[in-house]
Design a protein around this ligand. Structure first.
Ligand SMILES: [Zn+2]
Length: 486
């Protein structure tokens, strides 16, 4: 089985071959920190997280860098969105950038997105950005106009090869910043002159200023991963404005294309428009986590192929929550059955054939993921397995602990380790199992109180559990619970 990925640069499905045998190097464009992250960010980073997790399952070590843009960023109006937001919040830009950087990391942790192995920040790379820009000026790829430095697209004939744009087409966001000062309308900024009052500014050969995000990303990628790396990931929305600029800067500076494969994640759309703060249609990750569990948000994101755009829908989010709840109940039912089954039954022929047939699910899952990380298909395999497990559990008694353990391992390998849609408390950790047993015990006590008509004590147990973050749901057949997102 070979892993195939859709390389946005060639627009083709290609066999994945990393440059080192067992290490994959990956750069993902990080956020511009000036606000809370929203569901659109969740879409990009959860999708890339599953790429990382699946590469790990395939035995690769992933050297993963994700850079923060914390030097500010200019809007089409010419205003800096970080400086503007800091003023509104009564903070300095540095304070707000730090607050948002930590907030973003908290959101990613809550969504169970694995931390990158390297987390560079643009503010930590200013001297390197200046060296790069100076080199580009010296070699005729860039020029200065009154303290601003622009990349000259005419000096780099293959400019636009990622987004497949014609040079000379108008570029959103750069033309209005300094009107009439560029040689070509498509030239984009590398270094920006700072206004006198700006605190986020550094001295340079062109006066006080700051690097543009187009140059900050390739400098951070280079410092973290070297001249070339395997995969460049990020959201597709930025490609036409940003990916082409990044690619041109890196290739002009280093003489080689930076990445072998470009994996771009489709946008999250609300009624056909991109979800973003500026469109006023965004739901922050923190707010979404008050409504849905982290696993439900992941399941919703992964129910669409990463390359497609994903439509925001409450119904789809609720359906994802129901799916994850079913997965959770199944995993817990399996654990209960394992504790009460007889170990000796594991040697029968029937038990062995049960275990062997499970391998079909693993193979189907890998087939789906090998096909350019087809997570909707992979989720389909997980829910087919859930159905099979429930069929076996409903059959009662005669199931060996060997079969049950094999099912448990498979469910945790696929839904837990790779997709991370299986809630944490059923993961293989002693504290997870202890927590489950304790909550089950308290709920049994509550049942007991109810049976003895001690409503006051039963309600007190319910309230205490709720306060501690345990959501208790009294269904018609049985009482279930899950941990609420913090
Ligand atoms: Zn970038």
């Amino acid at each position: 089985m070979t892993l195939k990925v859709y390389n946005y640069l060639s627009r083709e499905l290609e066999r994945f071959r990393p440059s080192e045998n067992d290490v994959v190097s990956l750069y993902v464009c990080g956020p511009t920190v000036h606000d809370h992250a929203h569901l659109g960010h969740a879409r990009t980073y959860v999708s890339m997280d599953v790429v990382v997790r699946y590469l790990q399952l395939r035995g690769y070590r992933v050297r993963h860098a994700r850079g923060f843009i914390d030097v500010g960023r200019i809007l089409t109006t010419g205003e800096d969105r970080l400086v503007r937001a800091a003023y509104r919040e009564g903070m300095t830009p540095t304070e707000l950038a730090e607050t948002c950087t930590r907030g973003f990391e908290d959101d990613m942790d809550a969504l169970r997105v694995l931390r990158p192995t390297i987390s560079p920040r643009a503010t930590g790379h200013i001297p390197f950005a200046i060296v790069w820009i100076k080199d580009l000026v010296d070699r005729g790829h860039a020029y200065e106009v009154e303290g601003n430095v622009y990349f000259s697209v005419d000096s780099f004939p293959s400019y636009g090869k990622l987004g497949r744009r014609m040079v000379g087409a108008p570029v959103v966001g750069s033309a209005r910043a300094v009107p009439g000062s560029k040689r070509n309308a498509a030239d984009f900024p590398l270094w920006r002159r700072a206004e006198l009052s700006r605190t986020l500014a550094w001295p340079s050969p062109w006066g006080d200023g700051y690097p543009d995000w187009h140059v900050a990303c390739p400098v951070m990628a280079h410092k973290s991963l070297g001249d070339t790396f395997d995969i460049h990931g990020g959201g597709i929305e930025g490609v036409h404005a940003h990916g082409d600029c990044e690619l041109a800067i890196s290739e002009a500076h280093n003489g080689v294309p930076p990445a072998s494969y470009w994996l771009l994640v489709g946008a999250l759309r609300v009624d056909g428009a991109k979800m973003s703060k500026s469109h006023g249609n965004h739901l922050t990750i923190k707010d979404a986590l008050r409504l849905y569990s982290p696993e439900a948000l992941r399941c919703y994101v992964l129910s669409s192929h990463y390359r497609n755009s994903l439509e925001y829908s409450r119904d789809a989010l609720r359906a994802a929550q129901r799916g994850v709840d079913l997965l959770y109940q199944t995993a817990r039912g399996l654990r209960r059955a394992m504790h009460s089954s007889l170990p000796l039954a594991g040697t029968s022929t029937a038990a062995l054939s049960n275990v062997t047939s499970l391998e079909g699910y693993r193979a189907d899952f890998r087939d789906a993921m090998d096909d350019d990380f087809d997570t909707p298909r992979a989720l389909g395999v997980v829910f087919a397995l859930v159905k099979e497990v429930n069929r076996v559990l409903a059959g009662g008694g005669n199931v060996s602990v060997g079969t049950l353990s094999a099912m448990d391992k498979l469910l945790h390998d696929l839904a837990g380790d790779v997709l991370a849609v299986l809630p944490d408390s059923t993961m293989r950790s002693p504290t997870g199992e202890l927590l489950e047993d304790l909550v089950d015990y308290l709920l049994a006590l509550r049942d007991d109180c109810n049976d003895r008509r001690d409503r006051e004590r039963a309600d007190a147990i319910y309230r205490r559990l709720t306060d501690l973050g345990v959501a208790v749901d009294d269904g018609p057949a049985e009482t279930t619970w899950h941990l609420k997102a913090r």
